[in-house]
Design a protein around this ligand. Structure first.
Ligand code: PLP
Length: 369
């Protein structure tokens, strides 16, 4: 047994890092009985929209519901095709599918983001929208995607669930098309104590529609105007998130610092391909939701790291969405399938010490020696 332990993620720390403050918030919100659609939620929505420089933030039950609501608010429905990249959570395609539209798989590119050339090839007369996943806290090539969208009269919706505060040419993930989503799942960069998410958009109409959709088709009065969900961000979670948002920049700096340390510690290893470093690309500000490498002999490396007390994860259980055959996909995506044989996520979170990161790097080097 290894003496040293570097877990992949420490769930209790989502609470423990701020336990005292969280207890005060629970006490305050609880004593006010302010549980559903109260001022703490409104305040968090306002603060997050200021932080992102985006017009509207709407707290919802989770990002998956948010994707569905965005698709529906954009008028997508049966007969429409939406292109998505399959190195993503099934939630991306589920959001599209719930709206009645058909999710159409396209390839992932070298940097694990949507591959624009694959997008162009998949367009048919039914294609209405492109939904890139801003994966691992990095934005896709939004200029290239926008160009394709403009050329073919399509619009963009973003699965920016992993990319709160990530930027491309100064604009934040979720602000490029009609709207995007953010997830507050505990292991996300801004995690709450359960499920939570939001829709972000600069489009007034999308915002008003989604506001109806999250609350039974009602706004302000009790009059119901359409069939809808109950998918609201809990006021208590919003109050906790609002506090965590005040420390978010600090958390992202630390993540970028850790990415830099991995870059240093693993640089020059032929068997490992690293994600672009934090200072590598002047057009982007990556927030490193994940640190995903490509590794030769990936499964052996994973076992070796486990024997040495280091937790790693293979994203999506090792399956790109188009490989989930029970969902009815038939297209094969050779680049993505090859990529998935090498993908591995190293620990990337604010519980890590510098020593932890050095130990992970040293252990990986040892394995390949
Ligand atoms: C986490 C995640 C989601 C889903 O978020 P939930 O809030 O859990 O619904 C969707 N897409 C991506 C890429 C994610 O990482």
């Amino acid at each position: 047994m290894a003496e040293r332990k570097v877990p992949f993620f420490v769930y209790p720390d989502v609470y423990r890092d701020d336990a005292e403050e969280i207890q005060k918030i629970v006490d305050d919100v609880g004593n006010r009985g302010a549980f559903i659609l109260q001022k703490d939620l409104e305040q968090f929505e306002k603060n997050l929209s200021d932080y992102l420089g985006i017009k509207h933030v709407l707290g919802v039950g989770n990002a998956t519901d948010g994707l569905y609501m965005l698709c529906r608010a954009s008028g997508l429905g049966p007969g429409d095709e939406v292109l998505f990249c399959t190195h993503t959570m099934v939630a991306t395609a589920a959001g599209i599918s719930f709206s009645g539209a058909t999710p159409v798989p396209v390839e992932t590119g070298w940097d694990h983001e949507m591959d624009p050339s694959s997008v162009e090839q998949a367009i048919t007369s039914k294609t209405k929208a492109i939904m890139p996943t801003q994966l691992n806290g990095r934005c896709a090539d939004m200029d290239a995607l926008q160009k394709i969208a403009d050329k073919h009269g399509l619009f963009i919706l973003e699965d920016s669930a992993q990319a709160l505060g990530a930027k491309y040419k100064g604009k934040c993930a979720g602000s490029f098309g009609r709207g995007g989503v953010i997830s507050f799942y505990p292991a996300k960069t801004l995690g709450c104590l359960g499920d939570g998410g939001c829709i972000i958009t600069n489009d007034d109409e999308v915002y008003e529609q989604c506001k109806l959709f999250r609350d039974h088709g009602r706004i302000d009065t009790l009059e119901v105007v359409c069939w809808c969900l109950n998918s609201r961000l809990d006021n208590l979670q919003a109050a906790i998130l609002d506090y965590k948002l005040t420390k978010y920049d600090q958390a992202i700096s630390r993540r970028r610092e850790i990415a830099g340390k991995y870059q240093e510690g693993l640089g020059g290893l032929d068997a490992v391909r690293l994600p672009p470093g934090p200072e590598q690309d002047a057009d982007r500000f990556d927030i490193f939701q994940n640190y995903e490498i490509e590794a030769e002999r990936r499964d052996e490396l994973k076992s070796y790291l486990a024997e040495n007390g280091i937790g790693t994860m293979i994203q999506w259980g090792g399956l790109p969405v188009h490989a989930m055959k029970k969902l009815g996909f038939t297209r094969s995506l050779p680049f993505t399938e090859q990529l998935f044989e090498k993908l591995l996520m190293l620990p990337m979170n604010t519980s890590l010490t510098d020593d932890d990161v050095e130990y992970v790097c040293a252990t990986i080097r040892q394995f390949y020696q």
